[in-house]
Each structure stands twice: as C-alpha cells, then as structure tokens.
Design a protein around this ligand. Structure first.
Ligand SMILES: [Zn+2]
Length: 289
C-alpha cells in the first residue's frame, strides 16, 4: 500500500500512507480507459487494476480491495468486455489494496490465480503472515485464497498470444512482482512495465529486521532489476506511480500516447532509489547510536 499526493504542479513524491485517506481514493471511481495495445485501465482513482485482453480470454492485474471488485466489473463491462472472460488473475504484491478482492474474483470468474513464490504464503493466509502488516490485523487481513500456480522470478504467464513476465522485485513485500509485456500499438512493438512497488512504507525496518532478514539487500536487487528493464510504457500498482490522472487527461485521438513515458519511468525509479537510500542511511545511523 502506498499513497502519493502530487498536490502542486511539479512536486514529485511527497509520500503518505494514511490508510483512512488512502481508502477513500481506493474506492473513488475513475473512468475505465484504453492504455495501449491490449491493455485497459479498470481501476479507481487510487487503485491500479488492468485488464489485458486476448482472443482466449483476459488477464486481470490486481483485484483491489473487496469493495473494488464490483467497480472493476463495471469498468470491464463499460469497455465492452466480459468480466466472466477473466481467465487469469495476477497481483503486484500481497497487500490488501491489491489482493483483498482476489477471493471474490476467483469465485465469480473461475480465474486461475498466479502468485510469486514468496507472496504465496501471505495470500493463502489472508495477509496474516505479512512481515510488517500481518500482526496489525484490521484492513490488512482479507479472505484467504488458494493459489493455482506458484511463480518464480522470470516465469511467464501466457494467454491468447500475450506473454507477461514476472520479475521478482522484493522488499516492499517478499514476493513483490513487476510485470513486463510487449504490446503492438499502431504497428509498433512497445515494452510495457507494471511496477510492483519500490516503496519503503512508513514503519518498515531495514536494519536487523527479524521478520524479514535481508530486506535491504532485496530492495537493492529490486532497483538493479528496475533499472535494467527496457521500458516504453510506464504503469504501476497505483496510478500515482506514473501520474495516471494527468496522463489520462492528455489522452486524445491523433496525439502521442501519454502513457509512453520512458523518461518518466527513469525519473520515478531514480527518485524511489534515492528515498530508499536516505531511509536506509537514517536507520543505519540510528542503529549505531
Ligand atoms: Zn503495498
């Protein structure tokens, strides 16, 4: 879970994680829209859910909260697709704002649920085994779901000619997943990334974390991976990562697709890496005192 308010033009990356505030935006409807190729946004103002359509059914990326599921269903229908054609469900990472609705989606559609190895236990315990939020209870817990396929770093999820690659980008959760795929758009092949989350949430312990030894090294790995990916189209687990609202406002027939933003992607990853390094240095200094 993660929130960004860009409340002044050009201000980039004031980070908040106020669940009450966030929750209202998680459930604020946002127009369903075509992103690029066979990818559609079916999320809310604060939640990024994507429908990837294929001739053999569709892939849903992130279920959102339980209360997001009816909103996702409505967005899919508005775009002219069928919710019941959802064949595979994948997630950005095992936090309630991306996976609490998974049980409902699986029950409604019979979709197969494919999850990165190190997030499987969290998903199947309904959030209870999450290193940071499991013991906090409340909204962090949700109906457990049995995972159909355990993914490992580099595995692919394929349907109807579309291939998603699961890159393990751990730290934010142990099995946090950044998805990449290629799409055809206007005769061009474009590299798409859906960032899992490079964010260090408030309260995350990076030094001597007994419940997640190696968390800092995992973030290091994640930044190496994110910096190595070829990216044309920049998407993420929340619209705020990639400036979804501003880009949506720029969508116009005949104009360049605003979601094609390799420079924005590079700037975002650099900004998040800097934030991680600052927090790590602060915690290392505090640990020495
Ligand atoms: Zn999260």
């Amino acid at each position: 879970m993660f929130r960004t308010f860009a409340y002044a033009a050009g201000l980039f990356g004031l980070l908040l994680s106020a669940p009450a505030q966030a929750a209202s935006e998680y459930l604020t409807p946002f127009p369903a829209h075509h992103v690029v190729g066979n990818i559609y946004f079916v999320g809310s103002k604060g939640q990024a859910n994507y429908l990837i359509t294929t001739p053999q059914g569709n892939i849903l990326v992130n279920s959102g909260l339980e209360a997001n599921v009816p909103m996702i269903k409505e967005s899919i229908q508005k775009l002219g697709f069928k919710y019941s054609d959802t064949k595979i469900l994948v997630i950005s990472h095992a936090h309630f704002d991306h996976d609490a609705g998974a049980a409902q989606v699986v029950k409604d559609t019979g979709a197969k649920y494919d999850v990165m190895d190190s997030d499987v236990g969290v998903v199947e315990s309904g959030g209870k085994t999450d290193f940071n939020y499991g013991a906090k209870g409340g909204e962090n817990l949700y109906p457990p779901v049995k995972v159909d396929r355990v993914l490992h770093d580099g595995d692919t999820v394929s349907l109807g000619g579309t291939v998603l690659t699961a890159h393990k980008t751990p730290g934010h959760t142990k099995g946090c997943t950044t998805w990449t795929l290629k799409v055809n758009d206007g005769g061009k092949t474009l590299n798409v990334v859906i960032v899992g989350s490079p964010n260090v949430n408030p309260g995350y312990v990076l030094v001597d974390n007994k419940l997640y030894p190696g968390i800092a090294q995992d973030y290091e790995k994640t930044f190496q991976v994110l910096k190595s990916l070829p990216v044309d189209v920049f998407l993420g687990a929340h619209g705020a990562y990639y400036g979804m609202e501003d880009k949506y406002a720029k969508l116009k027939p005949g104009s360049p697709n605003p979601f094609i933003d390799p420079a924005g992607y590079k700037a975002y990853v650099a900004n998040r890496e800097e934030a991680f390094r600052k927090e790590l240095a602060k915690q290392q200094a505090a640990a020495k005192q």
